[in-house]
Write a protein that binds this ligand. Structure first.
Ligand SMILES: [Zn+2]
Length: 470
């Protein structure tokens, strides 16, 4: 079952990535109709080699820009337009036609700045990917690079607990660590948190919206559809792959937060590796947007007191998703994309979350994703409308907004938080272009979009290998 699910996911992703192109929302919807043929062909051609593709796609990037193809924009499909262009719930499956890739509808130029972010630095010049500037995508970065060595200095003077890394990010995989979960503050086994962690919204019936793992090929559908601010927990490897989408998110007034470079479990890593994962992602965001987030979310929610201390030393505060009475606020949307949960079961889970949320005295944060087309469709077509039409009604905000944190205080460059600002003097990201050890100086890579595959395989394999949440 696990292998089947992975194969389905790889097929989905390979098909999706085969259609990287430029078009807007309406063209995207029209494309869904004709995508059946092309995407099916792509999926069938990729399904047999999905696993090998996942293995070989880890080849370091080249400087080649992703090819851009304008897709057909005519036609309509009644099934696709029944719900504002979103497929019927039952049709949102791992085998659904793909191809609705979205790219930036507006081209922001250097010097522009988001109106929602007071005092925001101007956008830097358009990001140009150079493989010598970055570690290999979707792999834990090497720790002997000058950049990581520089970022390690941020830990000086901070008390980093001497906790050995976990063997894996499961309770069963490391019984000794699991037995120490409370002492370790290990969220994975028992949901242990720190007072500084953001896990809820303070106001009752308020949902702090977030989307993880992007920017993805479908992120823009959400940006177009909803006049709602959200928090995007972005993966560094995805940022340099789709920098323009990151710019779109930022310029539209959404919050950007760190979600590591390669999306591996942080508690399994050495201190240096954790610094590298956070540092490179922070650096990617700062390079593309000119701002540096002061919050992060650990992949799988896998955080303990050592990870917290390192992140806090790097000016990054943890945001996870809500657990209430042992009930985790995970929509399981990613399992729909992986073919292991039906869309109706996913919505049943979400309905349970909403029902559970009405019992709390405070608001909540839910785990959702924007990397897969299915998860974006579920959010736009079903989970967000369900919350908005719920009785009692929920108020939807970004996580910073629900916390009453001004958008300016979500970034180092604009914060008025003196504690954060004071620490910034030695945490400004490096602009060095030195090639990190282990990074490729040359490459024969295909399009950058192929890098989505190993990242997702890692995410899904890790999640399927345990009973964990993402
Ligand atoms: Zn994630």
């Amino acid at each position: 079952m696990k292998l089947e699910a992975l194969a389905a996911l790889f097929s989905l992703l390979t098909a999706a990535n085969a259609h990287e192109g430029a078009f807007g929302r309406h063209a995207a919807l029209a494309h869904k109709r004709q995508a059946t043929t092309s995407a099916t062909a792509a999926a069938s051609s990729s399904s047999a080699s999905g696993l090998s593709a996942a293995t070989t796609a880890a080849t370091p990037a080249s400087s080649a820009a992703p090819s851009v193809t304008t897709l057909p924009t005519t036609g309509s499909d009644p099934a696709q337009t029944a719900n504002n262009g979103i497929p019927a719930l039952s049709e949102i499956t791992s085998g659904m036609p793909t191809g609705t890739i979205w790219t930036a509808s507006t081209t922001y130029t250097a010097g522009a700045s988001p109106t929602a972010l007071k005092g925001a630095p101007a956008l830097p010049s358009a990001f140009v990917f150079s493989p010598t500037d970055w570690p290999p995508m979707d792999k834990i970065p090497p720790t002997d690079s000058p950049q990581v060595q520089e970022w390690m200095k941020e830990l000086d003077g901070h008390d980093i607990p001497d906790i050995r890394p976990t063997l894996d990010n499961t309770c069963g995989g490391d019984p000794e660590a699991a037995a120490q979960a409370e002492e370790r503050g290990w969220w994975t086994c028992g949901g242990w948190t720190d007072a500084n962690d953001i896990t809820v919204c303070p106001d009752k019936l308020t949902w702090g919206i977030s989307f993880d793992d992007g920017p993805g090929p479908y992120t823009g559908l959400y940006l177009d559809e909803k006049d709602l601010a959200a928090t995007f927990f972005v993966v560094g490897s995805r940022c340099i792959e789709r920098p323009q989408l990151l710019v779109e998110e930022h310029m539209a007034g959404h919050e950007i937060s760190v979600h590591t470079w390669s999306h591996h479990a942080l508690t399994t890593m050495t201190n240096e590796q954790i610094v590298a994962e956070l540092g490179w992602t922070r650096h990617a965001i700062q390079t593309i947007l000119g701002v540096t987030p002061v919050t992060f979310r650990a992949p799988f929610g896998d955080i303990d007191n050592r990870v917290r201390a390192i992140a806090n030393a790097m000016n990054l505060r943890s945001i996870i998703w809500t657990r209430y009475n042992g009930f985790a606020y995970d929509t399981n949307d990613w399992k729909v994309a992986g073919g292991v949960v039906s869309p109706t079961d996913q919505m049943a889970t979400f309905d349970s979350i909403l029902g559970n949320a009405t019992l709390m005295d405070n608001g909540f944060i839910v785990l959702e994703h924007d990397l897969y087309e299915q998860t974006v469709d579920l959010a736009i077509g079903y989970t967000l409308p369900a919350a908005q039409s719920h009785s009692p009604a929920f108020t939807l905000k970004s996580i910073g907004e629900c916390q009453n944190i001004p958008l300016t205080d979500m970034y180092l460059e604009t914060t008025t938080n003196k504690t954060v600002a004071a620490k910034s003097s030695n945490s400004t990201t490096s602009s060095s272009t030195t090639t990190p050890k282990g990074a490729a100086s040359t490459g024969s890579d295909s399009s950058a979009s192929s890098f989505a595959i190993p990242a997702l395989s890692a995410v899904f394999a890790a999640a399927l290998g345990s009973s964990l949440l993402l």
